[in-house]
Design a protein around this ligand. Structure first.
Ligand SMILES: Cc1cc2nc3c(=O)[nH]c(=O)nc-3n(C[C@H](O)[C@H](O)[C@H](O)COP(=O)(O)O)c2cc1C
Length: 510
């Protein structure tokens, strides 16, 4: 039983209207009215605001179950967070790498624009700079930040517990009130389970003895999970474990169910999906697998509100799905951790890898053969390594004197700091649009960017200057709703015409 192309398109695009499938002897058609005895199926209206979890939307006060993930160095900018918040979404301010006072100013600006509308601020775990996390949490408490996106955590820290537990209170009927929401973004099951459990008792006790939380809050901490929501991050831009969403999401959903049974939380932890959400099909698949909400990242970086340079946005808008690759990560360079970056239009990945290879091969700058050293000074650093070290001294004596101390004691550590100078600069050059350094831009990007570009090719969204974050988000959800309706129709035994699934441009914001 084949539906006509016209009927398929109506099913797909008219998402807010309930439609009926009617079968007669020789045809199957769609009608707006219930056809009575010839009815074989009902396709529900699926407005975008019905996708995902109702409690997610209620908890945060959003209209839609989608948020924009943090992008460090203010790439997920004040403008991006405000645009998403105003349109019924939510976005996480990219606090990573920014001075504390700049984050404070951003929070105030966002709040002035958004009023009561929701937003998130990113809390990045920095195991090598514990003070940075402590100061950030203190800032959140001072500024009354009500919800954070916590990422890069390997274990639960004292500061994270402080943020969470100091927001607990007892409400009417003894019910625990959660005043500070935590969305944890993780890419591994072992980490997810730490956020599914209540805050670790030893850290709660420590905070109580330090006088940072009350006895009542310490007691209430036993009844709430560490996070309200866990975003499972599949193959994404930036730090990633390159896992497929189809593998990790169902597995963590099952884990959540087991923890819910064990702890009987009043509000079960919701599980969302990030990584690869660049097309309606990807969003529809995530919801279909049980994601409570979806998270976008790479696609937002190419939008007009993004805090990166116009040149970088243009490069991103021209990327194909295969134009991404691994490169050494600046923050965990010595450990061999990688980030996913854009490959096309920049030589950053190759150059950073070259530095990492030298770092693993030699124990000091002095050991590097002089021809090799001259080559990297000329092509990568464009200055001599002594000057770079002097800049490192200036930078780290303010930012992190302990690292500098290590670099002074160990030649190998000094080499790492010098090489990390390039990695850090390369991100900044991209954000600031540094002229003459285009080939060194470090641009974090996942395959979702190319998928998005392919989907929007030939439409007004092909051009970076026509992309705005809330419009993109709504088109993704409207498209996901349309595709879901097609799949429902299939359940009634009708065949969907070829040509309805991939290339289509759903409505956005009007
Ligand atoms: C340029 C860029 C910077 C990012 N910076 C951060 C960050 O500072 N903190 C964080 O939690 N996630 C960061 N992410 C990850 C995003 O928040 C989001 O989880 C991810 O991009 C989703 O996957 P996708 O890239 O496939 O859309 C970054 C991603 C990109 C593309």
């Amino acid at each position: 039983m084949k539906l006509t192309m016209h009927d398929c398109l109506e099913l797909r695009d008219d998402i807010t209207r309930e439609l009926f499938i009617r079968k007669t002897d020789d045809s199957v058609t769609i009608t707006a009215e219930n056809p009575g005895s010839s009815l074989i199926g009902v396709i529900p209206a699926i407005p975008a605001e019905k996708l995902g979890s109702e409690t997610f939307r209620q908890t945060y006060g959003t209209k839609y179950a989608l948020y924009g993930g943090a992008m460090a160095n203010g790439i997920s900018s004040v403008q991006m967070v405000v645009a998403m918040g105003k349109a019924g979404f939510m976005a996480s301010f990219g606090s990573g790498g920014l001075p504390l006072e700049q984050v404070r100013a951003a929070i105030r600006e966002i709040r002035a624009e958004l009023g009561d509308k929701p937003f998130l601020v990113n809390l990045l775990n920095s195991p090598f700079e514990p003070e940075a996390e402590e100061n950030m949490v203190a800032l959140f408490l001072e500024e009354g930040v009500r919800a954070i996106e916590a990422s890069a955590y390997l274990t639960i820290t004292r500061n994270l517990v402080l943020y969470r537990v100091s927001g607990l209170s007892r409400g009417a009927g003894g019910k625990v009130q959660i005043g500070r929401r935590v969305i944890a973004k993780v890419s591994r099951k072992e980490i997810a389970l730490r956020f599914l459990a209540p805050p670790p008792a030893n850290l709660v006790d420590r905070l109580l003895s330090e006088g940072k939380i009350t006895a009542e809050q310490a007691e209430l901490a036993r009844y709430v999970p560490m996070a309200d929501d866990i975003t499972m991050e599949a193959d994404s831009g930036g730090h990633t474990d390159y896992r497929p969403l189809v593998g990790i999401l169902p597995s963590v959903l099952a884990l959540r169910d087991a923890y819910q049974e064990k702890f009987g939380y009043m509000e079960p932890v919701r599980i969302g999906a990030a990584g690869g959400i660049g097309t309606p099909a990807a969003a529809a698949a995530a919801f279909m697998m049980g994601a409570a909400y979806v998270v976008t990242g790479s696609v937002n970086q190419a939008c007009v509100e993004s805090g990166t340079s116009a040149y970088t946005r243009e490069l991103l808008a021209n990327a194909a799905a295969a134009d991404v690759t691994r490169a050494p990560a600046g923050d965990m360079f010595e450990m061999g951790v990688t980030v996913q970056v854009l490959k096309r239009g920049t030589m950053f990945a190759m150059r950073a890898q070259k530095l990492y290879d030298l770092y693993t091969r030699y124990d000091s700058i002095a050991e590097i053969p002089s021809a090799e050293r001259e080559k990297i000074e000329k092509t990568i650093f464009r200055t001599d390594l002594e000057s770079v070290w002097r800049e490192c001294i200036q930078f780290f004596s303010v930012r992190d004197p302990a690292q500098l101390e290590r670099g002074r004691k160990s030649e190998k550590d000094r080499m790492a700091l010098i090489f990390r100078w390039y990695l850090g600069r390369a991100s900044r050059w991209s954000v600031q649009g540094e002229k003459e350094r285009e080939m060194d831009y470090q641009i974090w990007c996942g395959p979702s960017m190319g998928a998005f570009n392919e989907w929007t090719k030939g439409t007004e969204l092909e051009r970076a200057e026509n992309r705005s974050v809330s419009d993109v988000a709504l088109r993704l959800l409207n498209g996901a709703a349309g595709l879901t309706r097609l799949r429902i129709a299939e359940l009634f035994g009708v065949e969907i015409a070829a040509g309805t699934a991939g290339k289509f441009m759903p409505r956005g914001l009007v």
